[in-house]
Design a protein around this ligand. Structure first.
Ligand SMILES: Nc1nc2c(ncn2[C@@H]2O[C@H](COP(=O)(O)OP(=O)(O)OP(=O)(O)O)[C@@H](O)[C@H]2O)c(=O)[nH]1
Ligand SMILES: [Mg+2]
Length: 193
């Protein structure tokens, strides 16, 4: 997809603060620091559209963006950051679950995993939950610039089997831009259905 315009709409926690449901929406989920915000920046070719940081726990609110006045992208706060208190962990869970359950315009979730790591308990719990609620998702394995080609390919195969996916997980790197066009292609196919 050729990105002509991108816009930050707003940040929200509660459904009453979400923006109007104008476009089909794609949400980006995954553990803290995995690279969700960086992926959105790569897709939109905007370096600082979504705020990123080397410190986990950077994105704390649900951030809504639109591309080409056509599609809505949502940057979710990450999970699994050890330094977070039990109370904020619960708060995160409620915020995300509420979003997934009530957002009518949500079409897809892109679940981002680090190509170097095994899926965590929380990754698996989220997948279980998405399946339970019939929310379609695809897997992106990010930070491929950190591993060899063979390692990336092996992991792609392993994760596909482990998670019982129909589609190959997409190999991606915000550093090299690998996978950007594949992700847009997949999104366009899905949204055209
Ligand atoms: N080498 C490499 N580093 C990456 C890549 N993607 C993200 N990073 C780095 O990983 C760190 C975290 O990136 P973010 O995009 O802020 O991660 P996030 O998932 O949004 O994190 P939270 O908002 O805390 O949940 C930053 O230092 C990024 O520069 C990638 O593809 N390759
Ligand atoms: Mg973030």
């Amino acid at each position: 997809m050729k990105v002509v315009s991108t816009e930050f709409i707003k940040s929200a926690t509660l459904p009453s603060h979400y923006p109007e449901e104008k476009f089909p929406e794609v949400a980006f989920a995954g553990r803290s620091n995995v690279g969700k915000s960086s992926l959105i920046n790569t897709l939109t070719r905007r370096r600082n559209l979504a705020r990123t940081s080397s410190t986990p726990g950077c994105t704390r609110l649900i951030n809504f963006f639109t591309v080409n006045n056509q599609i809505s992208l949502v940057d979710l706060p990450g999970y699994g950051y050890a330094k977070v208190s039990e109370a904020s962990r619960r708060q995160w869970g409620t915020m995300i679950e509420t979003y997934f359950k009530h957002r009518q315009s949500l079409k897809y979730v892109i679940l981002i995993l680090d190509v170097r790591r095994e899926p965590s308990e929380q990754d698996l719990a989220l997948i279980h939950w998405l399946r339970h609620y019939n929310i379609i998702f695809m897997i992106v394995l990010t930070k491929t610039d950190k591993v060899s080609r063979n390692q990336a390919k092996a992991r792609q195969h392993q994760i596909k089997e482990l998670l019982g996916m129909d589609m190959d997980p997409i190999l991606f790197s915000a550093r090299t831009g690998e996978g950007r066009d594949v992700i847009w292609g997949a999104l366009q196919d899905l949204l055209a259905e």
